[in-house]
Design a protein around this ligand. Structure first.
Ligand code: GLP
Length: 246
């Protein structure tokens, strides 16, 4: 596993944007799975600038969603879909015809999962997955204790995820379940980059990078990935054993 530590969030975001734009330069029809959340927000803004300056072109890529809250409608600003439409698809000129998202409002969530598994297989797998880390070590909505053999599934969200997740919403919401790609999708993606920033992530990053690899910290799967990388800023790296920032 590659570990890259950047001096600050801006440097981290610049590098993430560069890796994504290199990926589509080398493979314009790449299948991308890019996380929602606060961590990648700045990288997406930097990518949008590249698109504006014609230094990046996403018109041929395919986009696969990582996860979604169950029971939160797409027009809710806290939904993953809302984030993606506003922070990724519109700024990067990605058309909805290139995109496959989870419908967290579906009455048949099991079918929704099956559909996503089939779409990923039909597209030849995910070329690049960019994923954040939850405060409890989750990746997507693969919560602590998840079986490594899973593909897309509905997750019961643990208390940490339910409470931390409130930050995305304008008022209190009940978020008991999520729908997510599974650890098998994450493991089978051709390249996996796990990202984190800020002092609040330092404790969980220490467990991801230096702790025992087990289902207790699902994001630790990055250490089993043949092309896995952890890219973090200096604050998130603060508790790691002797590492130097790039
Ligand atoms: C959220 C999402 C993840 C995200 C992670 C980290 O709950 N389900 O996909 O990557 O937790 O979020 P953030 O970047 O806001 O810390």
């Amino acid at each position: 596993m590659l570990l890259n530590i950047y001096g600050n969030y801006e440097k981290l975001s610049t590098h993430i944007a560069d890796v994504i734009s290199e990926t589509i330069k080398n493979n314009p029809a790449a299948v991308l799975c890019l996380a929602t959340g606060d961590t990648p927000r700045r990288a997406y803004q930097l990518l949008a600038k590249k698109v504006e300056e014609k230094k990046a072109d996403f018109t041929r890529c395919t986009f696969i969603a990582l996860d979604e809250w169950v029971g939160i409608p797409p027009e809710n600003a806290g939904s993953c879909r809302y984030f993606l439409e506003n922070e990724v698809f519109a700024p990067l000129n990605i058309m909805m015809s290139q995109v496959y998202l989870f419908d967290g409002m579906s009455r048949d969530l099991a079918e929704e999962c099956k559909k996503m598994d089939n779409i990923i297989a039909a597209n030849g797998g995910i070329d690049l997955m960019l994923a954040g880390v939850g405060m409890n070590g989750h990746i997507g909505f693969n919560e602590p204790g998840i079986s490594p053999g899973k593909y897309a599934h509905v997750a019961e969200l643990d208390e940490v995820t339910q409470s931390v997740g409130q930050k995305y919403f304008t008022g209190p919401v009940t978020i008991k379940q999520g729908i997510t790609l599974g650890l098998q999708h994450i493991l089978q993606s051709k390249k996996l980059i796990v990202i984190a920033n800020g002092a609040k992530k330092a404790g969980i990053i220490k467990k991801v990078v230096e702790g025992e690899v087990s289902s207790v910290i699902p994001a630790g799967i990055v250490r089993k990935h043949p092309d896995g990388a952890v890219m973090i800023d200096a604050e998130a790296a603060d508790l790691l054993e002797k590492e130097t920032a790039l």
